[in-house]
Write a protein that binds this ligand. Structure first.
Ligand code: ZN
Length: 177
């Protein structure tokens, strides 16, 4: 039996996965490191990057099984989300896992998204690079002194709407630049 971390939910997990050998297999797929490190899932992952484990019954998310084994000790409901405090979906270190309600999980996700967009991390729909934004701002500013270019011309050139050009010029968007 693997003994690298406490397993108070051992019996529950055995029942959930279909026997002790599945729990052993699950644990053998985890790269155990120091207690502060991320413990990498060594096998396949699902589309979201979570460790995927094939139990006797179905494919389950590895980190949720670790949370059941070490934290909840009862089978998790679909309302209970297991968050990664390390933001590493493939991590199976129980000390990096936190069981949360759906609401808490959404709140955490939104605050992360906000932080990212405040930093200007490119989102999927972002068409512009930082240097293009700076160029638009510079040329638009020149326009306000009637020497530069019109909003509509800039919008056309960069393939964005006039609204976006104005928002950039007024620093309502990309305001970290
Ligand atoms: Zn981690």
């Amino acid at each position: 039996m693997n003994s690298f971390f406490p397993q108070p939910g051992r019996q529950v997990l055995e029942a959930q996965l279909g026997g002790a050998k599945y729990v052993e297999r699950l644990l053998s797929y985890i790269q155990v490191q120091g207690s502060d490190d991320c413990w990498k899932w060594k096998m396949g992952k699902d589309a979201a990057g979570y460790g995927a484990f094939r139990s006797a019954f179905k494919t389950v998310k590895a980190h949720r099984m670790v949370a059941t084994l070490c934290l909840s000790c009862v089978e998790l409901t679909s309302e209970q989300h297991v968050m990664h405090t390390c933001d590493n979906p493939a991590c199976c270190n129980p000390q990096h896992l936190k069981i949360a309600t759906h609401t808490e999980n959404m709140r955490d996700m939104f605050s992360k998204k906000r932080r990212e967009s405040a930093k200007g991390v490119r989102q999927g729909h972002s068409k512009l690079t930082e240097s293009q934004v700076l160029e638009i701002r510079k040329r638009h500013r020149a326009g306000s002194r009637r020497k530069g270019e019109r909003t509509s011309d800039l919008a056309k050139e960069f393939g964005i709407t006039r609204h976006t050009v104005n928002a950039i010029a007024r620093r309502e968007s990309w305001n970290h630049l």
